[in-house]
Design a protein around this ligand. Structure first.
Ligand SMILES: C[S@@+](CC[C@H](N)C(=O)[O-])C[C@H]1O[C@@H](n2cnc3c(N)ncnc32)[C@H](O)[C@@H]1O
Length: 464
């Protein structure tokens, strides 16, 4: 691997005697890791654990993830191990049992957002944002697969968040960066690297931070991360924020044996992940707290409030409400023919977000209703709150599951005239409609597996 000279000399200065180990580590195969959705998969997992999270595991090799139906069922997410340090950083800075309003500003494809969705309490709201439209669609797909109901996916520019003053208790900014920490995993990134691009990224990150800073409550916490090592995009940006916006650095404690390097510059602390010292890719994280104290949130303006979220019609709701467990815990909302839910106690906060931002996906999409015709929607199949007893279910073999996920015809040898919830290893994958002895495949076209199949399908899921 040929590294740019200016990058090499900077790393030499940063790492001193460890530089040679660093260079050697860059020649090795990157570790592979997954994070398990404990709301969907509770069994013991006999794999080595990522030390800074309770749900991350290392695999010994990279399997063909796309051909594992359990990935599509949202039982795990393929995520680089260093990034999972977010969990430890959050646990050290905030009480995750209390109701929180959390923003993941640079959310796609969804690694940190699905992690946050697992960490926050059920009465907390996560707004997961992505500025690039096509990437926001992928983010929404991954959120729907994870199956949490308390997440809204938005597609907004950071500056739009100025409409939500003092709204969030926690803000995660996993900023677009020059990607030095990804050189091993993605050698193409080396060709795109330049000192000018580093400076450009650093300025863009400052712009992003000042655009969203007003949306963080006084006393709230910012978690800033990048997958790069230069100081301009990391400690220097945090020092700039401390000076510019009156933010205080927060110290994170952790085990020395984890191999994470603590850095300090201009009084700001950061946490650095190098491939020769940790089992993971390059990563930087810092935590800052906004000065001041939050005031109690009060959404009502005194006048009779006009909501953007419209209650579902009584008749429509009656047709579908037993499709979720504990239906009274949810506000049932209707937009045209689509019925979806958000947790009842988050309705006001969710409505505020719908009023101020462009929400591309919210809560759990349950059904489309037209007259007496109802069609269950894919996110319902993957929801953590689905009431499976309301449906006929059918277990698929691996081959049938892959055919279903490719949106091909499948033959089950069954008869009937109803919706069928298809399972793989007891976990819902999606819907089909039985019409006589035929099965209509309702897997979303945009989500289908497109890769060519190998001569033989891999027998085991990584979760076995
Ligand atoms: C490092 S990636 C985020 C990865 C994500 N947090 C995860 O864990 O899966 C950075 C994201 O920032 C988005 N982005 C690019 N330019 C941006 C900008 N000017 N403002 C906000 N986000 C931006 C990119 O589209 C990309 O999805």
């Amino acid at each position: 691997m040929k590294l740019p000279i200016t990058f090499e000399s900077r790393m030499q200065r940063l790492l001193g005697e460890n530089f040679q180990n660093f260079q050697q580590a860059l020649q090795q195969t990157p570790p592979v890791s997954i994070r398990v959705n404990r709301n969907k998969f509770q069994h013991n997992i006999a794999l080595p654990q990522v030390p800074w999270t309770t749900s991350g595991y290392y695999l010994t090799e990279r399997p063909a993830f796309t051909l594992d139906p359990l990935l599509h069922a949202g039982t795990y997410y393929v995520q680089e191990a260093s990034s999972m340090f977010l969990e430890h950083a959050l646990q050290q800075t905030i009480d995750l049992n209390q109701p929180l309003q959390v923003l993941d500003l640079c959310g796609a494809p969804g690694g940190k957002s699905t992690h946050l969705a697992s960490l926050i309490s059920p009465d907390s709201l996560l707004v997961s944002n992505e500025v690039i439209k096509s990437r926001a669609t992928i983010l929404a797909e991954n959120i729907a697969k994870w199956g949490s109901v308390n997440v809204l996916v938005t597609n907004n520019d950071p500056r739009d968040f100025s409409r939500l003053t003092d709204f969030f208790d926690v803000m995660v900014v996993d900023a677009p960066c020059s990607g030095e920490g990804m050189f091993r995993k993605d050698p193409q990134a080396i060709g795109e690297w330049s000192e000018e691009n580093v400076q450009l990224c650093a300025r863009r990150q400052q712009r992003i931070l000042s655009d969203v800073w007003g949306a963080l409550k006084p006393g709230g916490v910012l978690i800033y991360s990048t997958c790069t090592w230069n100081e301009a995009e990391n400690e220097e940006n945090m020092a700039w924020l401390a000076k510019q916006e009156n933010a205080q650095p927060v110290t994170i404690n952790y085990e020395d044996c984890w191999g994470i390097k603590r850095s300090a510059l201009h009084g700001v602390e950061g946490y650095r992940f190098y491939p020769h010292a940790v089992q993971g890719e390059g990563f930087f994280l810092a935590v800052m707290r906004k000065s001041g104290e939050a005031e109690e949130t009060n959404y009502s303006s005194g006048k009779k409030k006009k909501y953007k979220l419209q209650e579902a019609g009584k008749k429509e709701k009656a047709l579908v409400q037993n499709w979720l467990q504990n239906p009274d815990d949810f506000a049932w909302v209707q937009h045209n023919e689509t019925i979806f839910t958000v947790p009842e106690n988050l309705f006001e906060a969710a409505d505020e977000v719908y009023q101020k931002l462009y929400v591309v996906y919210g809560g759990t999409q349950v059904a489309e209703v037209a007259g007496k015709k109802v069609k269950p929607l894919q996110p319902l199949a993957l929801s953590q709150h689905l009431n499976q007893e309301a449906f006929q279910t059918q277990e698929l073999t691996l081959e049938q599951a892959i055919r279903y996920l490719r949106k091909e015809d499948i033959c089950l040898g069954t008869h009937g005239t109803d919706w069928v919830l298809l399972h793989y290893r007891n976990r819902p994958l999606g819907w089909a409609k039985q019409i006589g002895n035929r099965i209509n495949n309702y897997y979303p076209k945009e989500w289908r597996i497109r890769m060519d199949l190998p001569a033989e399908l891999p027998g085991n899921s990584v979760l076995q």
